[in-house]
Structures are given as structure tokens and as C-alpha cells.
Design a protein around this ligand. Structure first.
Ligand SMILES: [Zn+2]
Ligand SMILES: [Zn+2]
Length: 389
């Protein structure tokens, strides 16, 4: 009676469109003791799947490393920057998502409640603030749900993953280069921070603090809108120097500065004091980032993508008021930014092709986490788990 328990049977029951799934799915399961093991999982254990994705890529970001290092609450298939192909789909979600089996999509990590009574979900562009999907709240997010829920295949570090009725997805062009497609979400963050919120446009001068994953993405966003100059500031470590070289290859000027307290002076020393239209702190420098407001041009914006250890700090109010400048915190991105991200990636003028892609199979995930955490791992910030490898 194999058929009774197979995904074929369950898809028939749910009138799901698409081909049957394999009997077992390979997944990298990350454990609370900060190790990862390769397991085979029966997808028929899924109880609420609204569809299935064949994972093409699952890009790793700093949040993954933080969660892994802190200790996960339960065994988890991680991976929340996911791109893949829809291989099955319930008729209701086909209509709701306006996609078909065979479509290539990028997922957002949020799994918002979608209730009309939810202040965040009742507006189309701020569902990322749904308490259910909050990183510090409900944690209903792609790559964070435990192995004990349904099939457990809720993250990108697996050959296939469940889609839920809460999934938020965006169609990708079929011919978009796979390395660029893996940038969809982090680049969308940068598009929101640098362009939509920071106001960068053709001719802008943009400073980026930190040459990491989002720092490189911020350089790409500034490049895509034709910034006149992009300056990236990083530390004098092996990884940082390597990443600054990548930013340089993308066309940015680079500054090395090891002391957070002198960040403002370092930025001020560059470009003959011409100031910046946008300064983006991608590392969460805290107080020292606020000090850089003195280098903002009129109507400039300091964009803070992290909190740092010193959230209370002095700012130069004279600069802010006389320059009508602003300091703004950012978190995630709007859905419109994802659409723009995909358009800009497809247009091909982001410079992200200069960022080496470190591609790892599912059996390499444990080693990857370990070497990134002990700082012996690859220095390119673009690390992509590819289940097909
Ligand atoms: Zn992330
Ligand atoms: Zn909600």
C-alpha cells in the first residue's frame, strides 16, 4: 500500500497540480548544537503544503550564521534566501499567487498571518512587520520552522521545500543567470535601503560602511542607479580586505579603517570633504555611525541597517536641521523593492557578476558553517547552497 502514503496520493487528495515528488528528499538539517547533518525526509509527512518548490539555490546570510551560533531551538532545515521551480501547486494558490507549475520564483522569508485583523498584514506593503513573522517574535519564517512541523522541509537547504498558504513569492525570468538570481533578496534589501529610503540616484555620492553581503549589495544598488561615486569602508582583516577588493572590482573606491570611533573622520578624509547623499551602515556600528551625519549633503540620508552596541549616541543636529537630512532605520524590504531588484538584476548593470559565487552542496553545509564561524572559510560574501551539487 505504498501509494496510500506517497505524495502522489496526497497530491491527488488535495487536487494539487504538477508532477509527483520523489519518495525521499535530501536535506541539510541544522541542530541546536550548531552542527548540520544530511538526512533523507519523506515529503508525504507534509500536512499543510500548498505547493512544492524544487530548490535551485539557497543563499546564506549573516542572520543564518547568528542563529546557528546562538543555538537553534529545534532541528531545522535552514535557508531563507531561496530560489527554485514550482513543481506542484494547489489550484487555490495557483490563482492567489498567479503562478503555474514550472515557474521559477524567489521566496521572501516572511510567512505572515494574512489576517484582516492584523495591522501589518492588512496593508499590502508592510506584512514584514506581522508579529507572527517577526525574527524576535513568532519566527514564522522560511528556514526557521522546525523539523517537527509537517515534513520539516521549510527551508532552502534541501532538494525540495514545502510552500505554505502564507508563502510570499515573486516570479523570476527563466533566463536570469543563476548566480544573479540568488541575489534577489539581499539585493532587494539594498534597493530598499539605498534607493527607496536613502534616495540614491544618478550622480549621487554614496558611502557604504561594511563590505559584507549587504555592503556589496548596497554597492550594486548604487551602481544600478548610476551613482557618481561609491565609497566602501572596511576593516583591515583578511576577509574584509578580500571583500573590499571585490567592491573595488565593482567600481567602488575603498577605505580601510579599523577603529569604529574614527569612522566619521575616515569618511570625511575622502573626496575632499564633498560629503555624501547617502551613507549606509550595513554592519550596525551604533554610535560611531551616527557621527558620520556631519558628512551628509543637503537632503542626505544616513541609513542604519543594524543597531550596534551603543544605540544612544549624539548626532550633529545642526547638520540634520540645516541640511534637511535624515537618519532612518531599515529592516527587511518592501515587496516593491523585490520587484525592482528582479528588474535591475535582469537589466544586468549591477556589477554583481564581479562577486565570486561560493557554491556548496548539501553535504558541505556543516563544514561551511564551521569554517565561516571560525573565520577560516571563504571570504566572498556570496555563499550559495545548491542542492543539485
Ligand atoms: Zn537573510
Ligand atoms: Zn499578520
Amino acid at each position: 500500500m505504498q501509494d496510500q502514503a506517497s505524495p502522489v496520493a496526497s497530491t491527488k487528495r488535495a487536487r494539487t497540480l504538477g508532477a509527483p515528488l520523489p519518495d525521499t528528499v535530501r536535506a541539510a538539517v541544522s541542530l541546536p548544537d550548531s552542527t548540520t547533518v544530511l538526512e533523507t525526509i519523506d515529503p508525504a509527512l507534509a500536512t499543510t503544503a500548498a505547493g512544492w518548490l524544487k530548490v535551485e539555490s539557497s543563499a546564506l546570510c549573516g542572520t543564518d550564521l547568528d542563529l546557528y551560533q546562538q543555538g537553534l531551538g529545534h532541528p531545522t532545515v535552514m535557508g531563507h534566501h531561496v530560489v527554485g521551480e514550482i513543481v506542484s501547486l494547489s489550484p487555490a494558490m495557483q490563482w492567489s499567487w498567479d503562478v503555474e507549475v514550472g515557474d521559477r520564483v524567489a521566496l521572501e522569508e516572511y510567512l505572515p498571518c494574512g489576517l484582516a485583523s492584523c495591522k501589518a498584514c492588512s496593508q499590502p506593503d508592510v506584512y514584514r512587520f506581522c508579529p507572527d513573522a517577526d525574527l524576535w517574535g513568532g519566527q514564522r519564517r522560511v528556514g526557521m520552522l522546525g523539523l517537527h512541523e509537517g515534513s520539516g522541509l521549510h527551508g532552502g537547504n534541501a532538494e525540495y521545500m514545502e510552500l505554505s498558504t502564507r508563502t510570499v513569492l515573486h516570479k523570476l525570468p527563466r533566463d536570469l543567470d543563476s548566480n544573479l538570481a540568488a541575489w534577489t533578496q539581499p539585493f532587494a534589501n539594498a534597493v530598499d535601503w539605498v534607493i527607496n529610503i536613502g534616495g540614491a540616484k544618478s550622480g549621487s555620492r554614496v558611502a557604504v560602511i561594511g563590505p559584507g553581503y549587504h555592503g556589496v549589495a548596497a554597492v550594486a544598488a548604487a551602481t544600478a542607479v548610476g551613482a557618481e561615486e561609491i565609497v566602501v569602508l572596511g576593516r583591515n582583516s583578511r576577509t574584509s580586505r578580500d571583500r573590499l577588493e571585490i567592491a573595488e572590482a565593482m567600481g567602488a573606491s575603498i577605505l580601510i579603517n579599523d577603529n569604529a570611533e574614527t569612522t566619521s573622520a575616515a569618511l570625511g578624509s575622502h573626496g575632499k570633504g564633498n560629503g555624501f547623499d547617502v551613507i549606509v551602515d550595513t554592519v550596525g556600528l551604533g554610535g560611531p555611525a551616527l557621527g558620520t551625519t556631519e558628512h551628509l549633503r543637503k537632503l542626505g540620508r544616513l541609513v542604519l541597517a543594524g543597531l550596534g552596541d551603543t544605540p544612544v549616541a549624539e548626532v550633529n543636529l545642526k547638520t540634520l536641521v540645516r541640511g534637511a537630512s535624515g537618519v532612518v532605520g531599515v529592516r527587511g524590504r518592501s515587496p516593491e523593492a523585490v520587484t525592482r531588484s528582479i528588474e535591475l538584476l535582469a537589466a544586468g548593470n549591477t556589477g554583481l557578476e564581479h562577486v565570486p559565487s561560493i557554491d556548496v552542496g548539501l553535504d558541505g553545509v556543516d563544514d561551511l558553517f564551521r569554517t565561516l564561524l571560525d573565520r577560516s572559510g571563504p571570504s566572498s560574501p556570496h555563499v550559495v547552497i545548491r542542492p543539485a551539487l
